[in-house]
Every structure is written in structure tokens, then in C-alpha cells.
Design a binder for this molecule. Structure first.
Ligand SMILES: NC(=O)c1ccc[n+]([C@@H]2O[C@H](COP(=O)([O-])OP(=O)(O)OC[C@H]3O[C@@H](n4cnc5c(N)ncnc54)[C@H](OP(=O)(O)O)[C@@H]3O)[C@@H](O)[C@H]2O)c1
Length: 262
């Protein structure tokens, strides 16, 4: 391997074809990182030519395991998990199907477990710890009605990341520990996943854009999350961020009858 190839920073974004994951993937690629996206559809539009893409369906366990192993065959500087299955619409538990529940667990939680377990060895490097960024949600703190599968899977995902963060001793001298950071939007973000759940003609002017995550993504890429290990950060529409303990994000937990929500 040449010195250039050895020094090249590599990152993986699971669920980076669209939405917040795409915002992170684009920011990392702009920072000169070699970014691979895992998703079912290819990244398209401006900046897509800077991203590598490995077609992956997170509900196909063998395919996911194989593609993660390939991505983690060389050292990784950063990994982001942003894949999500929201479900078609807000639905009371009594009207929810087992198939929908299983899909939410598979994409929102089990895919995260697979990604953590397969990429952590590639993120461990003495004196140059890697970063794992999990995209979280206000639903972790405000479950709300009509989104039990989404709320339960996202809360479990946040707990999984917290637990892994607590297993890492980042302060030990020469530590190989990775840093784990969770980030969530302060409000709704205009993404394809959310648009699928909104009526035609919906007004998105009050919504954030995935690009709001770019400044934090750039900062995390530059520092590999130093000083932010274990943090839950709320990202605002202007691209700033603050710890969730400082101010809770806006809850989307409106009653089902009062209009669309997450
Ligand atoms: N948007 C918001 O307002 C909002 C608010 C709070 C939290 N969040 C969090 O932000 C994260 C991203 O949400 P988003 O709104 O940006 O979503 P999005 O635009 O729908 O993007 C979801 C990503 O997940 C991938 N994905 C979904 N199912 C997959 C599967 N079976 N296999 C492989 N990839 C799959 C999609 O790629 P393909 O379709 O190409 O497979 C896409 O890249 C989620 O963790 C969500 O909980 C979003």
C-alpha cells in the first residue's frame, strides 16, 4: 500500500443516499474524506459523483454483513448511521402490523447493531481514534402517540450507542477507543423520508434542511469527536449545535387527528 493510500481518510455512511445521512456524506466528502454510502438507491444530484456507493438493503442480513466487512477491511476514520424506516404514516399500536414493526426494528436498530459490531475494529487505532456518529431523534425523549415502533426502535438505538460509548475508555494514554456521538435535529428536516408522509402541496418553509448537519459533520471529521464522546447534540437550522441537556428539541408528538407528524 502506498503512503498516500495509507494516509487517506475513509468514512462510511449507512443511509447516506438521501436526507440527513446525505448531508453528512457530502460534508465529509467535501472535507477530502473518501466516503462510501450504503443504501438501496444510489446517491443522485449535486455532489453524488464524490461518493462511492455500495447497494445494500438493510433487511438482507447476509448482504449487509458482506458489504460492511468489505467497507471495514481497511481502517475507517468515521462511520455515520442514519438509515431509517419511519413507517407509512402515524398509526396506533392496535392498527399497526407486525411486518411494519419488524422492519422498523431491522432498519432502525438491528442495522445499527450490525454496523457497530462490524466497523468498530476498523475505527480502533492507537493515537488516532475513529468516530461513530448516530443520527438520533426527539422521539427518544418524547415518544408520543401513533409512532410506537419508530419511538421504541429509536430509543433502543440511542441506548445501544450510549452503552457502546460507555465501553470505550477514551482517556487512557494511547487509547484505541473510538468516540461515539449522537446528533438529532432541533425540529423537522425536509427529507425524502418525511416528504413521503406529507400531503401534496405541504409547506416545508419552517423545516430544516439536511445541510444544517454539515458544520457539525465537518467539526467531527476534523476532531474525530474529541471532547464530544458520549454527547447527544441537538443541531439547529442555522447549523449550530448544543447538548440535549441544555434545551430539549421540539416535540413532534401531536395527536394523530391534529395533522401530520413524524
Ligand atoms: N427528517 C426529520 O425531520 C428527522 C427528525 C428527527 C430525526 N430524524 C432522524 O434522521 C435520520 C435520517 O432520516 P431522514 O429523514 O434523513 O431519512 P431519509 O431521507 O428517508 O433517509 C433515510 C436513509 O435510510 C436509507 N434506508 C432506508 N431503508 C433502508 C434499507 N432497508 N436498506 C438500506 N438503506 C435504507 C435510505 O436509502 P434508500 O432509500 O436508498 O435505501 C436513506 O439513505 C433518521 O435516523 C431519523 O430518525 C429525522
Amino acid at each position: 500500500m502506498t503512503a498516500h493510500a495509507r494516509n487517506r481518510r475513509r468514512a462510511l455512511v449507512v443511509g447516506g443516499s438521501t436526507g440527513i445521512g446525505r448531508g453528512v456524506a457530502d460534508a465529509w466528502a467535501e472535507a477530502g474524506i473518501d466516503v462510501t454510502v450504503l443504501s438501496r438507491s444510489a446517491p443522485t444530484g449535486s455532489g453524488a459523483d464524490r461518493l462511492r456507493w455500495t447497494p445494500t438493503d438493510l433487511t438482507e442480513a447476509d448482504q449487509v454483513t458482506e458489504n460492511l466487512a468489505r467497507a471495514a477491511a481497511e481502517p475507517l476514520h468515521a462511520v455515520c448511521y442514519s438509515a431509517v424506516h419511519y413507517g407509512d404514516r402515524r398509526t396506533l399500536l392496535r392498527d399497526s402490523t407486525e411486518a411494519e414493526w419488524r422492519r422498523q426494528i431491522e432498519v432502525n436498530l438491528h442495522g445499527l447493531w450490525l454496523t457497530l459490531s462490524r466497523t468498530i475494529p476498523a475505527l480502533r487505532r492507537p493515537h488516532a481514534p475513529g468516530l461513530f456518529l448516530g443520527v438520533s431523534s426527539e422521539v427518544v425523549y418524547n415518544a408520543g402517540p401513533g409512532r410506537s415502533g419508530y419511538a421504541a426502535s429509536k430509543a433502543a438505538a440511542a441506548a445501544l450507542l450510549d452503552s457502546v460509548a460507555q465501553e470505550e475508555d477514551t482517556d487512557a494514554p494511547g487509547s484505541e477507543a473510538l468516540r461515539v456521538v449522537q446528533a438529532l435535529p432541533a425540529g423537522m428536516v425536509d427529507t425524502p423520508g418525511i416528504r413521503r408522509r406529507r400531503p401534496e402541496g405541504f409547506d416545508y418553509r419552517g423545516y430544516m434542511t439536511p445541510g444544517s448537519f454539515a458544520p457539525l459533520a465537518r467539526e467531527l471529521a476534523a476532531t474525530a469527536g474529541a471532547g464530544l464522546h458520549g454527547a447527544h447534540l441537538v443541531v439547529d437550522g442555522a447549523g449550530g449545535w448544543f447538548p440535549v441537556g441544555e434545551r430539549m428539541p421540539v416535540s413532534q408528538s401531536r395527536r394523530i387527528s391534529s395533522g401530520p407528524g413524524t
